[in-house]
Design a protein around this ligand. Structure first.
Ligand code: 13P
Length: 251
């Protein structure tokens, strides 16, 4: 069945040197862990050395964004060809910070999903409702729209390759985690939407991570839920020992 994946998202943190130091420590800690996928999302500037630092280990490297063209006149952007060339295996897409600060739409995110798949990397597609959506009873509607948008035009075989990260925006960096029950309920609704789009067999194979103030002290309960297949971790992925404690909670 589906794989549990614990991924870090460093966001705009860590110089190249700090990245290599953390990864060197992490890869020693996680030696021999094979039942859980381990991924670290690093800023573009650290990717090349990050991939080298984890070479031969069970830690994989993610980029935190991509532009959905192979090359061309797109000043300041980074293409999937460039990421693949470095040895990057995952790309975090549609994070709520990109949706909010950089006005990324579901259509644009869908282009990125397709570009990442076309180059043999794994998209980590982030979705999630804002506090005002949850309070207005629109949680499932918002997540459905983001799922429909992100997965638009894909075959079942392609859909299976995507990792979804459900991150309620109100839980990101706030210390407010969704309770395991609330998270499970929402994950179940997301899997239901994927079932409607692609059928049960495909939906059951898609890893759905939870993200939003996941920490060593709450990870176990969240990860014990039937439809929570891992985590996408911000703050607690910056220190190797904290991140390792979350990985241990998934074993
Ligand atoms: P925090 O774990 O810091 O709440 O961040 C979650 C997140 O946004 C991961 O992508």
């Amino acid at each position: 069945m589906r794989k549990t994946i614990i991924a870090g998202n460093w966001k705009m943190n860590k110089t190249n040197k700090e990245a290599v130091e953390m990864l060197t420590e992490l890869k020693e800690l996680v030696k021999g862990v094979d039942s859980v996928g381990i991924v670290i999302g690093a800023p573009f500037t650290a990717l090349s050395d990050a991939v080298k630092a984890v070479e031969g280990s069970n830690v994989k490297i993610a980029a935190e964004n991509v532009y959905p063209k192979d090359s061309g006149a797109y000043t300041g952007e980074v293409s999937p060809v460039m990421l693949k060339d470095l040895g990057v295996e995952y790309v975090i897409l549609g994070h709520s910070e990109r949706r909010e600060y950089f006005k990324e739409s579901d259509e644009f995110i869908n282009e990125k999903v397709k570009a990442v798949l076309a180059h043999g990397m794994t998209p980590i597609l982030c979705i999630g409702e804002k506090l005002e959506d949850r309070e207005a009873g629109r949680t499932d509607e918002v997540n459905k729209t983001q799922i429909r948008g992100g997965f638009a035009g894909l075959t079942g075989e392609e859909a299976k390759k995507i990792v979804v990260a459900y991150e309620p925006v109100w839980a990101i960096g706030t210390g407010k985690t969704a309770t395991p029950e609330i998270a499970q309920e929402t994950h179940k609704a997301i899997r239901q939407e994927l079932t409607e789009m692609f059928g049960e067999e495909v939906a059951n194979e898609i890893t759905i991570q939870y993200g939003g103030s996941m920490k060593p002290n709450n990870a176990k309960e969240l990860l014990a839920q039937a439809d929570i297949d891992g985590g996408l971790i911000g703050g607690a992925s910056l220190k190797a020992t904290d991140f390792y404690d979350i990985i241990k909670a998934a074993l």
